[in-house]
Design a protein. Structure first.
Length: 147
């Protein structure tokens, strides 16, 4: 597994991973699959905000998962806080891909002087929220609460 910074050449793979999550889980509070145009605009928004799109690939270059972060709330008191998301292609879940992505997100957020990472983990989509919460705690980070 290799960490990369994704560019537009990964749009189709990102779209596939994201749409699978939309259609088959509550990980994304959206009900309609995203379109290539939406992903193009998403990449542009990430570029403008200086927010990375991080991927994990295997030796043949297949995207195993991706993650990013962005503005949590556009109020001054939240300027050091970002909300992050991680998505793993269903064939590669439970193999450490999400953990690698989370570790890289934490590293890059620190480099950019963000102090708080906020992740929404829904308890309704199977074993993965539990794995996500356990992974966050094992990265030396603390949960400040749940809703």
């Amino acid at each position: 597994m290799k960490i990369i910074t994704c560019d537009n050449s990964f749009s189709d793979q990102i779209l596939s991973i994201l749409n699978e999550a939309i259609l088959n889980s509550t990980a994304v509070y959206d009900y309609k699959p995203r379109t290539p145009e939406v992903i193009k605009a998403w990449f542009e928004a990430k570029r403008r905000g200086n927010f990375p799109v991080i991927g994990v690939i295997n030796d043949p270059g297949e995207l195993l998962g991706f993650g990013s972060y962005g503005t949590f709330r556009a109020w001054p008191g939240y300027k050091y806080s970002v909300e992050h998301s991680i998505y793993v292609e269903k064939r590669f879940r439970g193999q450490g891909v999400g953990a690698k992505l989370l570790e890289e997100i934490i590293h890059r957020a620190r480099v950019q002087d963000y102090h708080v990472l906020i992740g929404g983990i829904d308890s309704k989509h199977g074993q993965y929220p539990i794995a996500s919460a356990v992974r966050v705690s094992t990265c030396g980070d603390n949960s400040a609460g749940g809703l």
